[in-house]
Design a protein around this ligand. Structure first.
Ligand code: VG1
Ligand code: CO
Length: 545
């Protein structure tokens, strides 16, 4: 093997955010940019010699080139073998499943998730550890530190691109590369968790579904499982072909970006069940006919009905949710007599709880739901879980959610995103909120809303004791209402302020109100305290979900 050592110099800003390093494609296209990050990663993995790595991405522009680059660097850095998805494709949850099933050392996922793709879009890279989950902060910070002092990287010279299209084994330098079916291991895992016979029967009896894969990586998975194994009619999966630019759309399954699906799910002729997933297939959106399920409610409904799915028949050890996610899951945990953990935003914080057997289901308000079957959130898993519930109860999506509200009360919830704020202005807004914290507790904001508690969320991991601070400003009101402010860690342009709003309504006669109306006072209070309009120079949020 002809190993070549190339000198390089550090790039600024190679610090992974909420979920990996995300930048504009043009940034990643700079000579040595990707190589530096990958070398920094390999450098902090001293035990890598001879190990097996998993590699794949969501198929966005630059995916194929990056796969070839990383294969050459993995060979030059002593890895023994890489399992790479056919065509360079692997969804985020599939990488997690493959790492776990084949006891691999780790995995590299090429994705910027729900961010737009194409030459003018975003690219991203993230590393997952041997448990199949996102690298914890200790590792991402070590990678970043290494990027800042790097002077050279290693690759294999004179190695042509390998064929990623045909399944089978080949070599890059002295390293084995196995091109694997990206769907097989994942589909096998789903069969162990869900009642495939009941779901097959649901379709056979005329149950109708529309799954929008948003021209992202979930298409092949959804087609193989829904249309292939469960007998859903061809065409159930819409936009099932992965495209390098996702057809020019944001592959972001929410009411703002999945407008085609929302339209298709409206009216008496609409299918019974609608769903979508994001760029790397770890997010999900759940819809009934003329009915949208919030992700926080989805987590709570799945938790309350978990024993209906074979994989969860013995019940749940606990539930974990990210801090801004609504407290709907807490109510279920209390009823089940199991713990509910509150973590910072980002799936990496669930890993220890899952590994330790403390939590079985996890969820985030950002359309992320998952369980201990892998160590990532999993879009199609959540969709199959819902389908399993529909098939085994005979209920509709709407009736399941309404029954849930009647039993546990309804947590009205919304997230307002203010995108593209100048970074200094967004930082000033957060600094001002932090400075106000001591004076906020006890403040009467009118409309029966008094702030009982205000803080900057900090988390101590109950398993390894690691502490993460400055995870979002929380205003918790005496009646349980909550407002949370935090800055996004996944964007690539300016700053995005996320404002999370929540109000609990126990009274079943008040479960049919428009969410924005119910939250209007909180929205007003949030704007007043944070002076969002003043800092951003904007008059309204850019995305409301
Ligand atoms: C967002 C979401 C967060 C999620 C993260 C990665 O992060 O809010 O809940 O874990 O994206 O999801 P942020 O920092 O922009 O708020 V994905 O599907 O992009 O891997
Ligand atoms: Co994603």
């Amino acid at each position: 093997m002809n190993i070549q050592t190339i000198s390089t110099r550090p790039f600024d800003g190679q610090r992974p955010g909420t979920s990996g390093l995300r930048k504009k494609v043009s940034v990643f296209q700079q000579a040595d940019y990707l190589e530096n990050f990958v070398q920094a990663l390999f450098d902090i993995l001293p035990d890598r010699a001879g190990q097996t790595l998993v590699l794949g991405g969501d198929g966005r522009f630059h995916n194929r080139m990056a796969v070839q680059t990383i294969l050459r660097m993995a060979a030059a850095n002593g890895f023994g073998k890489v399992l790479v998805g056919q065509g360079g494709l692997l969804s985020t949850p599939a990488v997690s499943a493959v790492i776990r099933k084949h006891h691999c050392f780790g995995g590299v996922i090429l994705s910027a998730s729900h961010n737009p793709g194409g030459p003018d879009g975003d690219f991203g890279i993230k590393y997952n550890i041997a448990n199949g989950g996102p690298a914890p902060e200790k590792i991402t910070e070590a990678i970043f530190a290494r990027t800042q002092v790097l002077t050279e990287y290693r690759t294999v010279a004179d190695s042509a691109d390998i064929d990623l299209e045909t399944l089978g084994t080949r070599r890059v330098g002295d390293m084995m590369v196995e091109v694997i079916d990206p769907v097989a291991d994942y589909a096998e895992l789903m069969q162990q968790l869900f009642d495939f016979d009941a779901m097959r029967a649901w379709f056979a009896a005329g149950g109708r579904m529309r799954f929008d894969a948003m021209n992202a990586v979930c298409g092949p998975y959804a087609r193989a499982i829904l249309e292939g194994q469960l007998g859903a009619p061809a065409g159930t999966v819409a936009n099932g072909q992965p495209l390098e630019d996702f057809g020019g759309h944001h592959p972001d399954p929410n009411p703002a970006h999945a407008t085609d699906l929302i339209a298709a799910m409206s009216g008496p002729q609409a299918p019974d069940f609608g769903a979508a997933s994001d760029g790397d297939a770890d997010r999900n959106m759940i819809l009934g006919r003329d009915f949208v399920v919030t992700p926080s409610d989805s987590l709570a409904v799945l938790a309350a009905n978990a024993t209906r799915a074979p994989g969860y028949r013995n019940g749940l050890a606990g539930i974990a949710r990210s801090m801004p996610t609504s407290c709907a899951a807490d109510a279920v945990a209390a009823a089940l007599g199991i713990p509910c953990f509150e973590t910072p935003t980002g799936w990496k914080f669930f890993g220890n709880l899952l590994d330790a057997g403390k939590a079985t289901l996890c969820g985030e308000e950002s359309y992320g739901t998952g369980s201990n079957h892998v160590r990532e959130k999993d879009g199609l898993w959540a969709v199959l879980f819902w389908l399993n519930l529909l098939a085994t109860t005979g209920e509709s999506v709407e009736s399941l959610v309404r029954a849930h509200w009647a039993r546990f009360g309804r947590h009205y919830y919304s997230r307002h995103d203010w995108e593209g704020i100048a970074t200094e202005q967004a930082d000033a807004l957060m600094a001002s909120l932090r400075a106000q914290l001591p004076t906020l507790e006890g403040r009467d904001c009118g409309a029966g809303l008094r702030i009982a508690h205000a803080d900057d969320f900090a988390y101590t991991d109950p398993v390894d004791g690691s502490v993460s601070t400055r995870q979002g400003i929380r205003l918790i009101f005496e009646n349980g209402c909550r407002v949370v402010f935090r800055l996004s860690g996944t964007g690539t342009e300016g700053a995005t302020l996320r404002v999370y709003l929540e109000r609990f309504e126990p009274d079943a006669s008040r479960h049919d109100l428009p969410a924005q109306q119910t939250l209007a006072e909180l929205i007003h209070i949030a704007d007043e305290i944070a002076d969002i309009r003043g800092h951003s120079g904007m008059t309204a949020p850019t995305v409301i979900t």
